[in-house]
Structure formats: C-alpha cells, structure tokens
Design a protein around this ligand. Structure first.
Ligand SMILES: Cc1cc2nc3c(=O)[nH]c(=O)nc-3n(C[C@H](O)[C@H](O)[C@H](O)COP(=O)(O)O)c2cc1C
Length: 249
C-alpha cells in the first residue's frame, strides 16, 4: 500500500477542529489540487468560494443547523458553475444555442460532477496534509438563502460546503458496504442476496454505533434510510435550480 491509498482508506468525516488555522499556502495547495481534477470537456464548470468572513460563516451555519459550519479553520463552498460559458463572446445566433445547451440536464450533470470531482481532490489533498474535512450538504436546507448570502449569479448553484481544519477528535472509520454490492462485473448484477447483504450490514453498523468511542447509539443503515426517505426532502431545490436557468430540459 502506498501513502495515497493509505490516506484515502483512512478517511472519516471530521466535525470538531482545533483552533489552529490553515496557512495561505495550505489553502492554495488544496485549491490547486481541486483544480487539477479531471473536468468534463475541459469546462472547469465550478467555482470554489472560501468563506472567511465570520458573519457569512454564521449565516451559513444557521442554514445548515450544524455548529461546525461556523467552528472550523476553513469553510469552502463548491458551486456548479456554467456562467463562464455564458460569458463567451459569440454571435446572437450562437448565444441562443449556448443558452439552450446550458439549460439542459446534460450540462447540469457536467457542472455538478465537475464540482464534486474538484471537491474530492481537495478533500484528499487536505487529508494528506493531516487535516480533517466534512462535506456539508445541509447548506441545501435553504438553498435560496445560500444563493442570497453568497450572491450567486445565474447558472451557478451551491452544491455543498466542506469544512476543514486540524482534527480535535478521532472518530472511528465508518463501515462501508461489502465490495460485492458495489462492484459488478460486466453487467449490473441483481444480487438475490441483496436483502441478506443489507441485513448483515445492519448488524455491522449496529455494532459500530454501539461500540464507537463517542455518540454511541442504537441504529442501523435500514433505520437511517427509512427515517430519511419516508419524508419529503428539500423540495425547494428543484424549482431553485430551474430558476437559476439550469436543468430545464
Ligand atoms: C455530498 C455530501 C454531503 C454531506 N453533508 C453532510 C452534512 O451536511 N453534515 C454532516 O455532518 N455530514 C455530511 N456529510 C458526511 C457524511 O455524513 C459522511 O461522509 C458519511 O456518513 C460517511 O461517514 P465518513 O465520511 O466518516 O466515512 C456529507 C457527505 C457528502 C458526500
């Protein structure tokens, strides 16, 4: 095993940070690592916002309901961003086509994937420097408010945040599904035993939650997913994205 693989396999989300801040060089190298991720058709269809203003951090923490959005060394917001294509100098005719294209589901996926790949590169770069990270999807608890706080233009939406800093706790690694469920060879394999795999995984996770060194609880994967999916989720996100002129057709 090499150091890169070790870093990747050692991942766990960090939600408590020491007071130590990041140096400018650290932030710069992390952003450069993010930027070096592969990018669909060389579009680089994302923007990373580093939130350093404590007031803005506080407002974003209120949206997320999670204290660590405020209490961290650095908060990044990864935005899917098609606005630069819109800014290209083009004829009226070309502009009409560009706009038509930018509003497609395909381009929405392109920008979303680009932003996610950049983020994961940033995460691994940070972890390789001994920092901890946690993605913050809860910014989408009120995506319109985040849009307002960060003053995002048309064709730009906030995909998620990422908090970063020196870890002040050492959570155990969270188990993952067995490889057989995730990796299929050649064609999609419907496992007759999927239900059994999930039952076994529930047991694994139950043991993990019962024995971990902080925040122990009685829970399983099935229970978590049920809690989440039996209620509507962030129904304002769809209309918001359309309002941003994205994912319209
Ligand atoms: C896109 C995305 C959004 C997430 N949003 C949140 C979040 O808002 N708050 C949080 O505490 N964790 C968040 N997480 C972290 C996940 O809960 C975590 O990755 C998962 O439970 C597995 O745990 P681990 O990262 O420690 O292995 C998010 C992860 C991803 C990939």
């Amino acid at each position: 095993m090499n150091e890169t693989i070790e870093t990747i396999l050692n991942h766990r989300s960090i939600r408590k940070f020491t007071d130590q801040s990041l140096s400018e060089e650290q932030v710069e190298i992390i952003v450069r690592a993010a930027q070096q991720a592969s990018t669909s058709s060389y579009m680089m269809a994302y923007t990373i916002i580093g939130v350093t203003d404590p007031e803005i951090k506080k407002q974003l923490a209120e949206v997320s309901g999670q204290f660590y959005v405020e209490k961290n060394a650095h908060l990044f917001v990864f935005c899917a961003d098609l606005s630069r294509i819109k800014a290209i100098e083009a004829s009226e005719e070309e502009n009409k086509m560009i706009e038509e294209n930018l509003q497609s589901t395909e381009q929405f996926i392109v920008a979303t994937v680009d932003a996610a790949l950049a983020a994961q590169n940033a995460a691994i770069a940070a972890e390789s420097l001994g920092l901890g990270i946690c993605y913050i999807g809860s910014l989408r608890n009120d995506i319109n408010r985040v849009n307002e706080i960060l003053e995002l233009p048309k064709y730009v939406y906030p995909l998620f945040g990422m908090v970063m800093g020196y870890p002040a706790h050492e959570p155990e690694k969270k188990p993952r599904f067995p490889k057989e469920l995730i990796y299929h060879e050649n064609t999609y394999k419907k496992h007759k035993e999927t239900e059994q795999y999930v039952k076994d995984f529930d047991e694994t996770l139950k043991t993990y939650y019962a024995n971990r060194s902080f925040n122990t609880r009685h829970d399983t994967w099935t229970k978590q997913m049920l809690r989440k999916y039996k209620v509507p989720q962030r129904l304002d996100v769809g209309p918001y994205i359309k309002k941003k002129q994205m994912n319209r057709h």
